[in-house]
Design a protein around this ligand. Structure first.
Ligand code: FCB
Length: 455
């Protein structure tokens, strides 16, 4: 792998209209869990179940962003961000998921949007970043087709209130991760362990995406709509290159990447026969017209990238999955999540999307990319991570991929799901005892990168 200069001034220049951003999500930063009529979400319930989250941490207070958003917007202004990706908490706006609207919840996002616009930062909300109202979980969550309709109704409420000022919308965050960790493996809320029985969650989320896209466009005719998909290049170890290994890679790619990109970009599902899924209606889950709804043309594809995935043929085919996940042989650097640092995987991913989808690929925004590093470190590893991955984006752009922006994960240290407050992804360190925010060296680095790219 080639080495990348971490000198921000020496990184390749992205196109002048390229958008520089940072991302967060409601449950991970807002806190104020019981305030202003907010309903219960599946993460409130899940974090209360013993043994679900490291050290029993919850998002009850998190970064207290609900009360400190002005300070956080000032930090963003100092960074020089063009855009800020945050998520709207569905249960703050519709405490029971549907029906009665809570105006105080909408007021909060109204104030946030105005503060961002005053700072010259484009608000880019995501409508669903995993915090489903518990009342909808009680009716089956995303296993229930009706949740897709509820999601579109919620999208309309948010768009009617904010759409005069918010023009770029993201429907779902990482439907693959929500399905697999939330419904297949039970590592995330709602904590179900259905394995492949979770597949209807994929379809219902995608249907929700399609219905919400139509609702957003009806309320905001000039809305630009994206989805943020978690994508991974699928790799084989160099000592595992049999036909069976290749078949395993194809099967994993279908589940992680194509299941969520093909229906949106091509209007069809990939071959799922490795999962004993040969009925095109998935036993009645996929209904006539659904794929037309799901494949309404998008204004952009959001790509969240953290690392490639290595697979081999399954050692125990009776276990029910057509692949095993494995570790690379290469001694990659690791983040504190133990995720390998592989910047060239991002170039591979982006050029791979272009060759797979061709003209059907809309412009791409990197909607998440970043790393957890030890608290109190000099932050050099985070700077190297960012430099390497931004350079990887520039290489994809040089090869003709239309990438329009980069949102780093994350602005602030925050509640990292099952890891609680143990993983530190922020450009800004947060002391969760005092709520003191301290910009890290990577904050200064990102600020100088943005300034340099604009100069
Ligand atoms: C992504 C999530 C985001 C954050 C990062 C580290 O999968 O979308 O909320 O947890 O991982």
């Amino acid at each position: 792998m080639r080495s990348t200069s971490v000198d921000a001034a020496r990184l390749p220049r992205l196109p002048s209209e390229f958008l520089w951003g940072a991302s967060t999500a409601a449950y991970q930063i807002e806190g104020a869990a019981d305030e202003d009529g907010r309903g219960t979400s599946i993460w409130d319930s899940f974090t209360r179940r013993p043994g679900t989250v490291r050290d029993g941490h919850t998002g009850d207070v998190a970064c207290d962003h609900y009360h400190r958003f002005d300070e956080d917007v000032s930090l963003m202004r100092r960074l020089g961000l063009d855009a800020y990706r945050f998520s709207i908490s569905w249960p703050r706006i519709l405490p029971s998921g549907a029906g009665k609207v809570e105006p105080r919840g909408l007021d909060f996002y109204d104030r946030l949007v105005d503060a961002l616009l005053d700072a010259g930062i484009e608000p880019t909300p995501t409508l669903f970043h995993w915090d489903l109202p518990q009342a909808l979980e009680d009716e089956g969550g995303w296993l229930n087709r009706a949740t897709a309709d509820r999601f579109a109704a919620y999208a309309a409420v948010a768009a009617e209130r904010l759409g005069d000022r918010v023009k770029r919308w993201i429907t779902l965050n990482e439907p693959f991760v929500h399905m697999s960790l939330g419904y297949s493996l039970g590592v995330h809320a709602p904590g179900r362990t259905l394995m492949l029985g979770a597949l209807p969650v994929a379809h219902h989320q995608l249907l929700g995406h399609g219905l919400a896209t139509a609702a957003l466009r009806a309320a905001v005719p000039d809305a630009r709509v994206l989805i943020a998909n978690n994508c991974t290049p699928v790799r084989l170890r160099s000592d595992a290159r049999s036909d069976e290994d290749s078949a395993a890679a194809t099967a994993y790619d279908a589940l992680h990447n194509r299941l969520f990109n093909d229906p949106i970009l091509l209007g069809s599902y990939p071959d799922l026969s490795h999962y004993d899924m040969t009925d095109p209606s998935w036993g009645g889950v996929v209904r006539e017209g659904d794929l037309d709804t799901i494949s309404a043309p998008l204004d952009g594809l959001g790509v969240n990238y953290y690392n490639p995935t290595w697979v081999t043929a399954p050692t125990d085919p009776a276990a029910g999955l057509p692949f095993d996940l494995t570790e690379p042989q290469e001694p990659y650097q690791r983040t504190t999540c133990d995720w390998p640092v592989v910047p060239d995987g991002l170039t591979e991913l982006l050029t791979g999307l272009k060759s797979r989808y061709g003209k059907a690929l809309p412009p791409v925004w990197i909607t998440e990319n970043g790393c957890a590093q030890p608290i109190g470190s000099h932050d050099q590893a985070r700077i190297e991570y960012l430099a390497g991955h931004i350079d990887a984006v520039a290489r994809a752009v040089a090869r003709g991929v239309d990438v329009r922006g980069y949102f780093t994960w994350s602005l602030l240290d925050n509640f990292e799901w099952a890891e609680g407050y143990h993983q530190r992804f922020g450009l800004v360190e947060v002391d969760f005892a005092t709520q003191l925010r301290t910009p890290r060296a990577s904050f200064e680095w990102y600020r100088s990168l943005i300034a340099h790219q604009r100069s």
